[in-house]
Every structure is written in C-alpha cells, then in structure tokens.
Design a protein around this ligand. Structure first.
Ligand code: PEP
Length: 252
C-alpha cells in the first residue's frame, strides 16, 4: 500500500441477504466505519439499497450497487440506471465483475459504456478485470489484463471517479488466493497500463484493489504490497467480523 492513496475495502454481497439479515449486517459494519483507516464500502443487492441507505446513510460507510445500465431510463426490463442508483443513496457501483462478464456476456465495451454513464452521474466506478485459470495457464495473464484495462476504462476517467479491482477469476469464491507476489506483479502491470492509457498522474493516484478469496488470515500480506490499495471482498463481506477484520488489516 502507498501512503498517498487512501485504501478502499469494498464488500460485494452478490445475490445474498434478505431485508432483516442485510440491515443487521449493514448496521454492524456501519458502527465501525468511522474507526477504520480506509474507505469502507458495502454493495448489497439492489433490493436493499434504499433501506440500507436509510439506516446507515449518515455514517462513514459508503454504499454501492453491483451493476448498472449505461442508459439513464427507458425500455430495459430488469435493469437499473446510474440515476436510480444515485437516487437510492449510492456513491459507488461495481462494473465488469467476472460473473457479469461470464453469465451476462458483458464485453469490455459494455463495461466502458456503463462506467462512463456511472461517472457522469458522479458515481465511483469500481471496474473489475481478471484472467481465467486457462488464460493464466496459457501465460496470457498480462495480455488479457492489458486488453481489459484499455477496453473497459473510459478515457476521460479521473482517479476520483475510478477504482480498479484486479480479480483473478480462478480465485473468486474458490478459497484459492493469488499469492501476494502474484497479485503485486499484476497490480504493477495494471498501473503501468493505466499510465500509458490515461497518464502518469492518473496511474499514480488511482486505487487498485485485489479481489479473490481475501480473508482476515491473508489480508495483511496482500495489503502490504506496494500496488495493492485495498480489497474487493465477496464471501467474507457477509460476516461483519471478518469484513471489519480485513478493514483493520489495512493499517497493520
Ligand atoms: C468477488 O466476487 O468480488 C470476490 C472477490 O469474491 P470472494 O471474496 O468470495 O472470492
């Protein structure tokens, strides 16, 4: 971690939590959000955004959605727009998660269009990239990441409205984590690509998160790497003690 970039720990709840459990989890996390040395964010399912915001909107806890459409309104059954997310009290939106890319066929161009729309609404776009196991085994990791970075990030992004999440697909929800060295190697590569695409200042100031089975037991070693500026947490974000333990690992 660098002293110059404020770390972000973001929880991706995915398709989990009904109202009572979700509100209890949000409340427990919000109670500690002012005490941690990072920006703490939760991304509940869309059904809970309004009520979570009503409960914890006055605290230091940031709120994010897990996806959005690139249009503001219209005939797009089942989708939600950046304006709606903003209206629900969000400041962040996760985009291009590998589950969206895999199960919904999202391309880099889709992710870029969504990120542009989200940024225009003053949301921070958390843009996910990551290679599959087959791509890593074939030695294609850096090429895949370079393509995703170039194709998914709007060219007029700023370091304030953009966060990158490096999530190796083979590490998501599997219990397998990239080693700190493996993760750092890719994060360093991402920063280099950001510099060539959007300039040195953007690259130096933009937070790059690691995601993929980050837990209280491995968080400190990952977060100690020079180019890892926080985490995007799936499974462990559903348990307030685990999620907060990861956030507390930031300052260790
Ligand atoms: C994720 O899906 O963004 C993620 C990192 O999940 P997990 O922490 O469960 O691997």
């Amino acid at each position: 971690m660098s002293q110059s970039r404020r770390p972000v720990i973001a929880g991706n709840w995915k398709m989990n939590c009904l109202r009572a459990d979700g509100l209890a989890l949000a409340e427990a996390v919000a109670a500690q959000a002012g005490q941690v040395d990072c920006d703490l964010v939760i991304c509940p399912p869309a059904t809970l955004l309004h009520s979570v915001h009503e409960l914890v909107g006055e605290t230091a806890l940031g709120l994010g959605a897990q996806d959005c459409h690139y249009k503001d309104s219209g005939a797009f059954t089942g989708n939600i727009s950046p304006t709606m997310i903003k209206d629900a009290g969000c400041s962040y939106v996760i985009l291009g998660h590998s589950e969206r890319r895999e199960y919904h066929g999202e391309t880099d161009a889709d992710v870029q269009a969504k990120a542009k729309a989200a940024q225009q609404e003053d949301l921070v776009a958390i843009i996910c990239v990551g290679e599959t196991e087959a791509q890593r085994d074939a030695g294609d990791t850096m090429t895949v990441i370079s393509e995703q970075i170039k194709g998914s990030i709007p060219t007029d992004s700023t370091s304030e409205n953009t966060v990158i999440a490096y999530e190796p697909v083979w590490a998501i929800g599997t219990g397998r984590t990239a080693s700190p060295e493996e993760a750092q190697e890719v994060h360093q590569h991402i920063r280099k690509e950001l510099a060539s695409a959007l300039g040195e200042d953007f690259a130096a100031a933009t937070r790059i998160l690691y995601g993929g089975s980050m837990k209280p037991g491995n968080a400190s070693d990952l977060l100690a790497q020079a180019d890892i500026d926080g985490g995007l947490i799936g499974g462990a974000s559903l348990n307030s003690a685990d999620f907060l333990a990861i956030a507390n690992a930031v300052s260790k």
